[in-house]
Design a protein around this ligand. Structure first.
Ligand code: CA
Ligand code: CA
Length: 553
């Protein structure tokens, strides 16, 4: 194995490991896994960057891609990097400005969350050169690219773990061992009888790495540096983030886990100050937000808000979404520093949770794309793909057309296509201005055009109608009234109030979406809000009304 030592820490850590180990006299020092040498992709250019002093990601709309299911370029039935590259025009037309790629590295399972080699691309997906081509092309299409970073565990087939099964190997202490079995289910017997148990929160095939060992941290930093510096990615989505370091029987959210992410932040910012990290902390908003206060991750996903968006869309009432935004999200996260979504690859698909209704899916999309945070759209959500667990069924191939295999592959798809593909597909929805896909295009376009939707402060409004989700969004350049009708009935004359707010004087009110008539002016009350404002415009069932306020001269 050729030696490549990027930093002294790694080498010292290896020496420390050996010296601490009883079998040090026979064990070879741990050498860093060598990485390929490549020229990095140049940073993306041409994006609107940092409106109102916020980071670039607050101007972005992300799209989560499961590459195996997106588009197959060579007929082997598996989606691949070249397939995604071929579909960048589609994504650009959709309006997205960021991609989250689920794991791209060689892995033991189809989904990729049990990595075999952190410095390579899965052979089903392509090569490192193919990945660089994708990065270049995505950047040229105005999209930044973040990749999944699976650091809590490796595959049990990873060479580190295989070597570490030997108690005399320096890799043994890269994993968490016990002679007894402290907690059935979380500990798994080593293959050799009497060799003890290893810790694997997600199962025997995913042994947890031991970050109490500085050698593991040094190796992971090297991997982070490789993808940022040598390959040129724009950041990471950190998988299973809250499970990183165990403390006794505490398996989640330990102080040591938070401390480790502070170190990760210091390290990656020293490599790439513009890089973004978004953590998967599947927990209540205050816990998720505790990782996103500016010293650990840039963002974490707000799972509570995602569920509230879907609940509100399903029952046709604004209350759950508004209450969660006010009581949980705004109290738990720094302003706008959260990742918003409806569903991801671990959850039943959005339209499946909305009783199969395209209309409710449209309303949910309006909540997502007009609310504060950085929105993430799961591939296929924009056309209303269906899927209920098991996992393979929520990760089925993208439905591009009504043709054979939904236009996904010329071969045999790795997973059967959803039988509704003749009706539900991109080709059918793309030219139809009333389709869910067109709704997504329109909403993303509005978000990309209106700074207040991206970076505006959020003020929930009171509406007399329980189906009306209304807010005031205020950026430095723009003030918007956002009104979403979650019901199956038109709302003909919404009545909106804001007790206390940032307004003063009188405002002309201009529709930002095409409307039949001009609303009356809005006059602020003494507390900067307004009382009983009536735009006198109808909002169609499941529709959106967007009004721009301009201070009267
Ligand atoms: Ca393929
Ligand atoms: Ca762990």
């Amino acid at each position: 194995m050729p030696t490549r030592c990027r930093n002294g820490i790694l080498f010292l850590a290896a020496a420390f490991l050996v010296s601490c180990h009883g079998a040090a006299s026979v064990a070879p020092p741990v050498e860093p896994t060598p990485r390929p040498t490549l020229t990095p992709v140049q940073p993306v250019s041409g994006l609107p960057g940092g409106t109102d002093g916020y980071p670039w990601w607050n101007d972005s709309v992300f799209y989560e891609v499961f590459i195996r299911s997106f588009y197959d370029s060579n007929g082997d039935g598996n989606g691949d990097l070249a397939g995604l590259t071929a579909k960048l025009d589609y994504l650009q037309a959709l309006g997205v400005t960021g991609l989250w790629l689920m794991p791209i590295q060689p892995a033991a399972s189809y989904h990729g969350y049990d990595v075999l080699d952190y410095y390579a691309v899965h052979p089903d997906y392509g090569t490192l050169d193919g990945f660089r081509e994708l990065l270049s092309a995505a950047h040229a299409h105005g999209m930044r690219v973040i990749i999944d970073l699976v650091i809590n565990h490796t595959s049990n087939e990873h060479p580190w773990f295989q070597a570490g099964l030997d108690p005399g190997s320096p890799y043994h202490d890269w994993y968490v061992w016990s002679q007894a079995e402290p907690d059935p289910g979380l500990w798994h017997p080593a293959p050799a009888p009497g060799s003890g148990f290893y810790y694997g929160f997600f199962g025997a095939h995913m042994p947890d790495l031991d970050y109490a060992n500085p050698g593991v941290t040094a190796q992971m930093n090297d991997i982070v540096q490789f993808w940022l510096e040598d390959m040129g990615v724009d950041g990471f989505r950190v998988d299973a983030a809250k499970y990183l370091i165990e403390a006794g029987r505490v398996t989640q959210n330990s102080d040591a886990t938070h401390a480790w992410y502070r170190g990760l932040r210091t390290f990656y910012q020293s490599v790439s100050p513009q890089a973004m990290t978004v953590g998967e902390v599947w927990d209540i908003s205050p816990t998720a937000g505790s990782y996103a206060q500016g010293d650990q991750f840039d963002l974490t996903f707000d799972f509570s808000l995602a569920q509230a968006f879907l609940n509100s869309a399903r029952v046709g009432r604004a209350e759950d979404a508004l209450d969660t935004l006010v009581a949980d999200t705004q109290r738990s996260f720094k302003p706008l520093q959260l990742a918003t979504f409806l569903t991801n690859h671990d959850q039943n698909r959005a339209r499946s949770q909305l009783m199969g209704s395209f209309d409710k899916a449209r309303a949910a999309a309006a909540l997502l794309l007009t609310s504060p945070g950085v929105p993430f759209i799961y591939y296929g959500e924009e056309i209303g793909m269906l899927g209920l667990k098991p996992d393979e069924q929520i990760r089925t191939p993208m439905q591009w057309s009504g043709g054979p295999n939904a236009g996904f592959t010329s071969g045999t798809p790795w997973e059967p296509i959803n039988p509704d593909s003749p009706q539900v597909n991109v080709a059918a929805q793309s030219p139809d201005p009333t389709s869910l896909l067109s709704t997504y295009r329109d909403l993303i376009s509005l978000r990309n055009q209106h700074a207040a939707l991206r970076v505006g402060d959020f003020f929930p409004l009171e509406a007399q109608d329980l189906a009306v989700f209304a807010s005031l969004r205020v950026s430095r350049q723009e003030i918007l009234l956002v009104v979403v009708n979650l019901s199956s009935e038109a709302v003909n004359d919404p009545v909106l109030s804001l007790g206390t707010g940032p307004l003063s004087g009188s405002y002309a009110v201009l529709p930002a979406t095409s409307q039949p008539s001009q609303p009356p002016p809005l006059v602020a009350n003494a507390d900067g809000g307004f009382d009983g404002y009536r735009p006198s415009l109808p909002i169609p069932a499941f529709g959106l009304l967007l009004l721009q306020l301009r201070a009267a001269p």
